[in-house]
Design a protein around this ligand. Sequence first.
Ligand SMILES: [Zn+2]
Length: 338
Amino acid sequence: MSLLEIKNPDDAWIIHREEVDTLQDGICDIYVVLDAISRHCLEMETSKDLPSSSQILELIKKSCSKANTTPKKIYILKKDPLAEVVQAVCSELKITFEVATKKDLDPFISDFTNSFKQFKSGKNEVLDKNDDVSQEEIDAFIPETYGPCPCASGKKYRFCCQKAFKDITFAMCEAQDGHLDKALFYMKQAEDKIGLTAEILCRYAITWSFFDRKKTQEFLEKALVINPNHPRTNYILGIESVEKKDYQSAITYYQKAIDNYPIEDKFHLNETYNNLGTAYYKLKNYQMTKESWEKALVLLPSDKMVANNLFQCIYTNPVVPKELRTISPFIEKFIKKK
Ligand SMILES: [Zn+2]
């Protein structure tokens, strides 16, 4: 039975995870049990860390008594961090278990997620309102809660920088607006939450970059002491090198950032490949420019800027050797859409 064949009320339920940022406990997981047919929420469980298998067992049992039935099947998102736990609980309860893709589940959970979104404020709403930002870019920008942290600590985002996400975002905005005191206030809050990590030191460096470049340099050096491979620090050092017109150093820094960003972090990888390509372009290394920009486009196909750059500076640029002025086969499908 596939999701599309669900016809009877007790055919299938979906276990779905949302997260919410609470004042009291910070970010919490909310697991809900949804009836696939009525799309009603039967039960939910909120917990600071991922619920345990006994909590999930309890959640399903409560849903069964509320619905007065046991479902034939329970679906969960393939990438859900609790997929294995739910599978084990289902087998204990003799309920068929299956994972599904986001695309398959969306029609069944969209009502719930839409109403849920209205309760939430913050990054989603801000980004949703911005018409210039595609859904693809929003998805790429926000790290997966249980995916690897973009700071490359090796920890999951949830247990690393996510706790400081809001404070860091506020700090960056205040710094950009020229409010040093407010920016430092938010940075201190972020620091109190996750400690003086390479990521925090790097963010202090970015904060200071609007006010005092010497301080920026000091903080970048401190960040490298804690983690010489910290991707964002290397990325910023690449930008600093470009400003000094030292493109060779910039390439080294950008490459190090690329080597260390988690492969899932398409947003930052796209950004860094973009800059890497530009540094190569300054050195008239068109082969590497093309390679870098094409990789950037594959990572984020909606990136119009890099597509334009490829056209103007490579594919149609008479200065570029003729054999390089071709669209690589793997890139064609992204270019033709334009
Ligand atoms: Zn982190």
